[in-house]
Design a protein around this ligand. Structure first.
Ligand SMILES: *[C@@H]1O[C@H](CO)[C@@H](O)[C@H](O)[C@H]1NC(C)=O
Ligand SMILES: *[C@@H]1O[C@H](CO)[C@@H](O)[C@H](O)[C@H]1NC(C)=O
Ligand SMILES: *[C@@H]1O[C@H](CO)[C@@H](O)[C@H](O)[C@H]1NC(C)=O
Ligand SMILES: *[C@@H]1O[C@H](CO)[C@@H](O)[C@H](O)[C@H]1NC(C)=O
Ligand SMILES: *[C@@H]1O[C@H](CO)[C@@H](O)[C@H](O)[C@H]1NC(C)=O
Ligand SMILES: [Zn+2]
Length: 508
């Protein structure tokens, strides 16, 4: 008798306690409407967060969303792998093939001698007559085209005709592969080959020296650029702003040389030819670049040269930049006198500075971001360190200075390993002005922009990025280009046509 009554009281108590607890928890649950509003607010701040999608665009976006869910759930998630290992997986990705077909607008950060797949340099260019090779002490090679036996170079073996060498070696494929190995950073085990930033930059700069002998041979220089445009065009890119060294050493078979103006004119002529052959390609503008290892007086000369080029070829000449590893080069502030020359002369020379391509905080080079903005840069190359500089970040947004994000470059050059951790994730979440580019695709074994778009869309953006993100990034590439307002309008109209076609064809 006593037991049930005790038990009844006890149950009653328990229920009362539970009711109170439930009421408490319930009252403590944040208001779902507030929650939804805040989430909406965050979503709308992202890159593409305010893009209104049409019905077909929404369908395509949902399709991409599902594909991305599958990719993330899969056993191999490419953005967390080194690009050299990730590439075959990316090539099999249905998202990647959609991105290849997508009209991506402009490539705004690509360097002149990493435009064309190195296979072509070896399999086509080095098979031409009069191609000489010599071997350096540090296991590298140099190339030169010459009608006669060239004069020996210091630190290099006697020049041998490749034709002769190929006739002598047992296995030509092995030789060709070793030449390809000298022209690219690609290796099966990048972790072992490049244990530090110093090591990877050393090989990186070496590949350019090797490439130079081939691509500064005047006939190759022209063909190389035409093929470079072709690779971009095949990847549905419609316009290029090329960072170009405009070498003063382009040469002919008889050893005669051309000057920088010849290189600039040649780019203009080849680009015009390409546009004539492909009327839906808009052309090329050139950003003249010199190495940041030069001293102030040398950069002064280069700035003067840029001013003179701009005067003579205003249509093709877009501006000026400094290249080479920031961490081991001179800072923008070191070059302040050279860089203020145009303003002192009352001339506008647009700048497109690489800045913040570093993970070392507080160094003199780390000040480049702010200095680039103080020198009124039109865009910033990389801006990898931007999230660490709130004032520079605010200025860049206020001034409408877009950051050129090149994720594969940053990964291969060892600023970040898992691309989900790329600092552009912060910039994308805030809708900072951004464009996507490929920096040195050929040296990284990539081509066009699609690989970098893949890393941004799947890795950096994660499940937050959608078709609106891609649309805004493509539009940005034209909006933040150096084209005139009227050219931009025309470019955007042409892009929109291509985009609509892409959406119709892929939304099912
Ligand atoms: C190299 O490519 C060009 C076209 O770009 C072609 O005309 C030529 O025959 C090729 N040469 C070799 C040796 O493959
Ligand atoms: C050359 O070597 C490669 C492997 O490096 C091999 O696949 C190929 O069959 C060889 N070719 C000849 C002609 O021996
Ligand atoms: C560069 O070419 C030379 C000569 O064929 C070769 O010995 C060397 O291994 C190559 N370097 C790389 C990194 O492939
Ligand atoms: C800059 O470098 C050049 C070439 O190495 C040299 O001739 C010149 O004296 C240097 N100028 C200064 C100011 O250091
Ligand atoms: C940057 O632009 C501002 C405002 O247009 C101008 O006052 C200043 O002189 C420019 N500075 C440089 C270094 O170009
Ligand atoms: Zn670059």
């Amino acid at each position: 008798m006593a037991a049930p009554s005790f038990s009844g009281t006890s149950w009653g108590c328990l229920i009362l306690v539970l009711l109170l607890y439930w009421a408490h928890v319930c009252l403590g649950v944040p208001d779902p409407h507030v929650r939804a509003r805040l989430m909406q607010e965050e979503a709308s701040r992202r890159t593409g967060g305010r893009v209104l999608l049409t019905e077909s665009e929404q369908k395509l976006s949902e399709r991409l969303h599902k594909l991305k869910e599958q990719e993330i759930a899969g056993p191999q998630f490419p953005p967390m792998m080194h690009f050299f290992e990730a590439q075959p997986f990316i090539q099999r990705s249905p998202i990647f093939s959609l991105l290849q077909r997508m009209p991506k607008g402009a490539a705004l950060h690509v360097h002149d001698f990493s435009l064309v797949s190195v296979d072509w340099l070896v399999k086509n260019v080095t098979y031409r007559p009069y191609c000489y090779i010599c071997f350096t002490k540090d296991q590298s090679v140099r190339f030169l085209f010459s009608a006669q036996q060239p004069l020996p170079r210091p630190q290099c073996s006697t020049w041998t005709l490749l034709e002769t060498l190929r006739a002598k070696v047992g296995n030509v494929t092995d030789l060709d592969n070793s030449l390809i190995g000298n022209l690219t950073l690609f290796t099966a085990d990048p972790g072992a080959a490049y244990p530090s930033q110093d090591m990877v930059w050393k090989k990186f700069e070496q590949t350019f020296i090797v490439t130079l002998g081939l691509v500064t041979y005047a006939p190759v220089f022209k063909e190389y650029f035409y093929r470079g445009l072709q690779e971009l065009y095949m990847d549905n890119v419609m316009y290029l702003e090329l960072r170009a060294l405009l070498p003063k050493v382009t040469y002919e078979l008889d050893g005669s040389m051309h000057d920088r103006f010849w290189s600039l004119r040649t780019y203009q002529e080849v680009s015009r030819q390409f546009v004539a052959d492909h009327p839906d390609f808009l052309g090329t503008r050139i950003i003249f670049t010199v190495h940041r290892g030069l001293n102030d007086s040398q950069v002064k000369e280069a700035v003067k040269m840029a001013i003179s080029m701009q005067k003579t070829y205003p249509e093709v000449m877009a501006g000026f930049d400094l290249v080479g590893r920031e961490d081991s080069g001179r800072s923008l502030w070191y070059f302040r006198e050279a860089l203020s020359l145009p303003v002192d002369l009352g001339i506008t020379l647009p700048y497109f500075f690489h800045a913040g391509e570093t993970d070392l905080q507080g160094t003199e080079v780390d000040g480049n971001l702010l200095d680039a903005l103080l020198f009124n840069t039109s865009r910033i190359g990389h801006g990898f360190a931007l999230p660490h500089h709130p004032v520079a970040k605010e200025l860049s947004r206020k001034m409408g200075v877009a950051i050129e994000i090149c994720p594969i470059s940053n990964q291969v050059l060892k600023l970040v390993s898992d691309l989900r951790n790329h600092p552009a994730a912060v910039l994308m979440s805030e809708g900072h002005p951004l464009v996507i580019s490929s920096d040195d695709p050929a040296v990284f074994g990539a081509t066009g922009l699609s690989y970098d778009f893949y890393e941004v869309f799947v890795g950096i953006g994660g499940m937050s990025s959608n078709l609106g993100t891609l649309k805004e990034l493509a539009i940005n590439s034209l909006r933040y280009s150096s084209l005139s307002p009227q050219q931009k309008e025309e470019a955007l109209a042409l892009w929109q046509k291509k985009w609509d076609k892409f959406v119709v064809e892929n939304s099912q």
